[in-house]
Write a protein that binds this ligand. Structure first.
Ligand code: F6P
Length: 335
């Protein structure tokens, strides 16, 4: 391994990394990249347990290269994750700052989603500790990166389930409503729906028209005996169970059987895919390099194969629309 350049002197000496919000497969690969890039650049790297909660409680430990051995392939996060109410208060943030200051920590890498970045932005504005983020959420709903860490794994987990359900749906000529995660975003539903050959995909970003779903399902019945409908949990018509009841009532066919499967948190765990591990590693390295080059208040993401830094303001504030072609594909391929 080439080590030349590793001894260059940088003004920043100590940084810390933490994961916050909903966990996502690939967070460990990202932590590993942050720790090893930091050490490579001559820094002391610390890990903060349980996100902002641990920052407030001072639950912070030094991490070494061996501390992140054997985690690249694991789901979850070795630093654990939490949603902190106390960090929303000025007193909580002050405590967090005091803990970082007492350890001499001069820069942070925050791995998480929009809630994580909202906290980091406020913290930087109040206390001036530079923070660079990495996009860690299965929902893929962060502006400034084509994909978020964990999304690819979650889609593949959903897809595996859809394939299995398709077998039994076909064997019994049933209509299945499969609920996937996505409170505000339909990316998982759309990509698992395309990959799984779903007849319909229902997402929060578009209005679901019950009448046209019922009409299409009736038409489909002339050529297909079973159907798969993927529902993002945040769809405007309700959750999968509620939508199934509405469709069932409207179809009025006592012969037809309707079933609901909710995939739930299974989508948040498991071994990260190669794509997630590579993305996580790139973002982790870029976050440390960004901090060392004086960047702050921004996220390191990957767009069009290139690392890009996007301000937290844009990551949080700008919507990330679904890909138009993806929606078109579902319509065309389900006939
Ligand atoms: O990680 C994002 C997400 O998976 C959403 O799609 C989902 O609604 C939410 O987290 C549920 O998270 P939790 O159960 O941790 O509150």
């Amino acid at each position: 391994m080439a080590i030349f350049g590793a001894l260059k002197t940088y003004t920043m000496k100590k940084i810390a990394v933490f994961t916050s919000g909903g966990d996502a497969p690939g967070m460990n690969a990202c932590i590993r990249a942050v720790v090893r890039t930091g050490i490579y650049k001559g820094l002391e790297v610390y890990g903060i347990n349980r996100g902002y909660e641990g920052m407030i409680e001072g639950d912070i430990k030094r991490l070494y290269s061996h501390s992140v051995s054997n985690i690249v392939q694991r789901g979850g996060t070795m630093l654990k994750s939490a949603r902190s109410e106390e960090f929303r208060t000025p007193e909580g943030r002050k405590k967090a700052y005091e803990n970082l200051r007492s350890l001499g920590i001069e820069g942070l890498v925050a791995i998480g989603g929009d809630g994580t970045f909202t906290g980091a932005k406020l913290f930087f504005e109040e206390f001036g500790i530079p923070t660079v983020g990495c996009p860690g959420t299965i929902d893929n709903d962060i502006y400034g990166t084509d994909y978020t860490i964990g999304f690819d794994t979650a889609v593949n987990t959903a897809l595996e389930a859809i394939d299995k359900i398709r077998d039994t749906a076909a064997a019994h000529d049933r209509i299945f409503f499969i609920e996937v995660m996505g409170r505000d975003a339909g990316f998982i539903a759309v990509e698992s729906g395309i990959g799984g050959g779903a007849e319909f995909v229902m997402v929060p970003e578009t209005q679901t028209d019950l009448k046209s779903v019922v009409k299409s399902l009736k038409n489909l019945r002339k050529t297909k005996t079973s159907s798969i409908i993927v529902v993002a949990e945040g769809d405007d018509l309700g959750n999968a169970e509620e939508i199934m009841q509405k469709v069932k009532t409207a179809i009025k066919d006592p012969e037809k059987e309707f079933k609901v499967t909710t995939l739930g948190h299974i989508q948040r765990g498991g071994k990260p895919t190669a794509r997630d591990r590579v993305l996580a590693s790139r973002c982790g390295m870029a976050a440390v390099e960004g901090l060392l080059s004086g960047k702050t208040n921004c996220m390191a993401g990957v767009m069009n194969q290139q690392v890009v830094y996007t301000s937290f303001g844009d990551c949080i504030g700008k919507p990330k629309p679904l890909i138009e072609d993806h929606l078109k594909l579902i319509d065309i391929l389900s006939i």
